[in-house]
Design a protein around this ligand. Structure first.
Ligand code: 3EB
Length: 347
């Protein structure tokens, strides 16, 4: 985003170069506690763990990064989002960021140090600056995916919505430190308890940003949605050798820049799935493995209806994690993000 450092100057991975099989990829698993405990035995390959409805579990080895997200599973209980690398990881703690990296990927997380007297744009800018310091120290130049879970996201803080204040702070930090011209994929969702957190994945080369032809780019939203537009791309495609990791941002019932079907769950779910299809189509990739979806619901009772629509549209074999969260526009009931790897079949 800095003018002297346009995306076109940055090295792009050449997809025609076949890299050795040791290039590390990340896989995500959404796990209940017994399954998370079982997978934690493989600690050398854990990049990071995110807890929903739970504090750090005692079975997680001390070196593994963990962050407690301020959202709970829609059905109650506790779930863990576990990012694992295909190659060994080592932990990196720098400043207020807890993280880990493999040879090709880094994970990091920060709990926002919010106080009653400091506005969210200040806290958010400081958090993102700390993230860029972490990335510099770890030697990972390119963030490829951000998750932003902000408590009381639609509440006003002295005349400005907290989400809009967050966008100001994030924009300031990206203007100062993001090397790419365009921001990577992200999710922005309201937490329902606890502290705001940001977590992220990064690589050595930038991911390819992808937009949704049905939607105005979030970074180009008109000022109606706050003094600074949200800094995220609709999807990021990280090419790793001949494989790709596809990160689809939090996607909602927005067409153009306007929310559609206010308070109509079925129609919002259908519109959101249309948007997912459109942005996935825009990646140009067709050889996907199974998708992993995270579904954010303003009302946890909406889970069944969204589940039905989602498994009709995608394979029932996909992973699905339903969370109770507040979407950053009050009229929106559901937001869905997606991740998958694409591995061309061996010839
Ligand atoms: C939207 O399309 C819905 O601020 O990082 C989705 C994904 C949304 C990411 C963010 C916000 C963010 O505008 C909200």
């Amino acid at each position: 985003m800095t003018p002297q450092n346009k995306g076109t100057d940055l090295p792009r991975p050449d997809p025609s170069i076949t890299q050795p099989a040791s290039v590390s990829r990340a896989a995500v698993s959404y796990l209940d506690l017994p399954a998370a405990r079982a997978l934690s035995a493989d600690s050398p390959h854990i990049l990071g763990a995110v807890g929903f409805g739970m504090p750090r579990p005692d079975f997680l080895p001390p070196g593994c990064p963990f962050i407690a997200a301020p959202l709970s599973p829609a059905g109650g209980g506790a779930m863990v989002e576990l990012w694992q690398s295909s190659t060994p990881c080592r932990s990196i703690n720098f400043g207020s960021i807890t993280g880990a990296c493999s040879d090709h990927l880094a994970f990091g997380a920060i709990t926002l140090a919010e106080t009653r007297t400091i506005h969210l744009e200040v806290t958010a800018e400081a958090a993102y600056l700390a993230i860029f310091d972490f990335l510099d120290a770890a030697g990972f130049s390119a963030p490829i995916r951000f998750w932003n879970y902000l408590t009381e996201i639609t509440q006003e803080e002295e005349g400005l919505e907290r989400y809009h204040r967050f966008n100001i702070g994030r924009h300031r930090a990206f203007s100062a430190r993001l090397r790419e011209e365009l921001p990577p994929a992200a999710s922005g969702v309201g937490g329902t308890y606890g502290s705001s957190v940001i977590y992220f994945l990064a690589a050595h080369a930038p991911a390819r940003p992808v937009e949704n032809p049905r939607q105005v780019s979030a970074f180009a939203y008109p000022p109606l949605y706050g003094p600074r537009s949200p800094s995220f791309s609709r999807a990021s495609v990280a090419h790793l050798g001949s494989d790709a990791m596809i990160f689809v941002s939090g996607t909602a019932s927005i067409v153009g820049h306007e929310s559609r079907h206010a308070s109509d769950l079925q129609s919002q779910a259908a519109e959101t799935i249309e948007n997912l299809r459109a942005v996935i189509g825009a990646t140009g990739i067709t050889d996907f493995d199974h998708w992993a979806f995270k579904i954010y619901l303003r009302n946890p009772a909406h889970r069944g209806a969204v589940e039905l629509a989602l498994i009709r549209a995608f394979s029932p074999a996909c992973q699905r994690l339903y969370l109770h969260g507040e979407i950053c526009r009050r009229e929106l009931l559901v937001e869905i993000e997606a991740f998958c790897t694409a591995t061309p079949p061996m010839s």
